[in-house]
Each structure stands twice: as structure tokens, then as C-alpha cells.
Design a protein around this ligand. Structure first.
Ligand SMILES: CC(C)(COP(=O)(O)OP(=O)(O)OC[C@H]1O[C@@H](n2cnc3c(N)ncnc32)[C@H](O)[C@@H]1OP(=O)(O)O)[C@@H](O)C(=O)NCCC(=O)NCCS
Length: 180
């Protein structure tokens, strides 16, 4: 008999924030603040309606958020952080969180999603490597890990330029890369 999943995905709520912080701390460690993708989130709120959590027995097991970015002159979404509690990985929670978030992004009318990550994992939800040199992140990023997904026909074919924050919500924190 197939194993019944005991977790479900629901939209993130305000009270989830400390649990998500703790999950990200455990999943990425303090080094996460030095990452290029973190610079793009600094001083910026995640896109409303695209943050989801995986819950099991009232406990938070996974989280996904998306941030607004510009790639060249085009708006896009930056996927992540995506994290699943370490002892519960390999049960499909990460893929389910991404599928839910990506579908919500499509419904909101977003054109594309980009991220920095392992292609063999993200290809499972439709991501593909962006040809080398076309999309540039601030700071050092392995170009083979820059991936994209079109939510509207062929958006990835023409996407090019530098990735920057699409807006700044908290200017007091916004030191460094600014909007053009
Ligand atoms: C990456 C992560 C979110 C995956 O969550 P998960 O719930 O275990 O993922 P799923 O159960 O949906 O998928 C698991 C499958 O993907 C594969 N997979 C997981 N990470 C992978 C990777 N980096 N590269 C290739 N395959 C990967 C697993 O081997 C497994 O394969 P299988 O289905 O053939 O057994 C989780 O491992 C995690 O939180 N890691 C730490 C934080 C992180 O690196 N986040 C991603 C960068 S933002």
C-alpha cells in the first residue's frame, strides 16, 4: 500500500516567520548572508502571495519564498530560500513547495523565475541552465548554476542582463546594490 503523506502545503502566515528563520539557519548556516542571492533580498520583502510552508502535525517542515528582481530591463522572480527540515528530506516536500509557488506565480501573471542552484534538482520542475554570460548576478556565482523558468512563452530566450533588486522596501537596511 502506498505511504500516505502526512504533510500538507499552505500559504505562509505571519506566525511562521520565526520557524522559517530557524529552518533557514539550520539549512544554510550563517554563510547564507554572504551569498549573492541574499544581497538581492536585503531590504526587500518577499512577493506577497508566493510564500508557502509545509506543515506536519502543526509543525513547520519546509518553506519557500520568492523575491522580486529585475534582469536587465525585465521583471522576474528569484526563487528561494527553499528549505526542508533535514530529517524529512526526500519525501517530495521540496518539489511540492516549488510546484505550489510556481503555479501561484503563474496565476499572478509573472513572466519568469530565476535561481542559483543545482540543475539536476530544479530540472524536475522545469528549470534549465541559462546560457553562460547572459544573466549576471552581483558577486561571484558559478554561471552553470544560474537557472531559469519561463512562465510565459519563450521569456527565457530573450532574458539577459544584470540581476538587481526590483525595489527596496526598507531603505535603512539597503546598503550595497541598489535599484538603477
Ligand atoms: C534541496 C531541498 C530543499 C530538497 O528538499 P526535499 O524535500 O528533500 O526534496 P524532494 O523530496 O522534493 O526531492 C528529493 C529528490 O531530489 C533529489 N535532490 C535533492 N537535492 C538535490 C540536488 N542538490 N541535486 C540533485 N538532486 C537533488 C534527491 O536525491 C531526491 O531524489 P529522488 O526523488 O530520486 O530520491 C533540501 O535538501 C534542503 O532543504 N536542502 C538545504 C537547503 C538548500 O540547499 N536549498 C536549496 C537551495 S535554495
Amino acid at each position: 500500500m502506498a505511504e500516505e503523506s502526512t504533510w500538507h502545503i499552505r500559504p505562509e502566515r505571519a506566525e511562521d516567520a520565526p520557524h522559517i528563520d530557524s529552518l533557514n539557519e539550520h539549512s544554510f548556516g550563517p554563510g547564507r548572508y554572504a551569498k549573492s542571492a541574499y544581497r538581492l533580498r536585503e531590504g526587500v520583502d518577499p512577493v506577497p502571495g508566493l510564500s508557502f510552508v509545509a506543515m506536519e502535525s502543526q509543525a513547520l517542515r519546509g518553506s519557500i519564498r520568492f523575491w522580486p528582481v529585475m534582469v536587465g530591463m525585465e521583471m522576474s522572480l528569484l526563487l528561494g530560500p527553499l528549505a526542508v527540515q533535514s530529517d524529512l528530506r526526500g519525501r517530495g516536500i521540496g518539489i511540492a513547495l516549488m510546484k505550489t509557488g510556481i503555479e501561484a506565480a503563474r496565476v499572478q501573471g509573472h513572466a519568469s523565475v530565476i535561481l542559483v542552484g543545482d540543475e539536476p534538482y530544479y530540472v524536475r520542475v522545469g528549470f534549465a541552465a541559462i546560457p553562460r554570460g547572459r544573466v549576471r548576478f552581483p558577486g561571484p556565482v558559478d554561471p552553470s548554476r544560474i537557472l531559469g523558468l519561463s512562465l510565459k512563452p519563450n521569456v527565457m530566450l530573450t532574458m539577459m542582463g544584470e540581476v538587481r533588486r526590483a525595489r527596496i522596501d526598507h531603505p535603512v537596511c539597503a546598503d550595497g546594490a541598489g535599484v538603477a
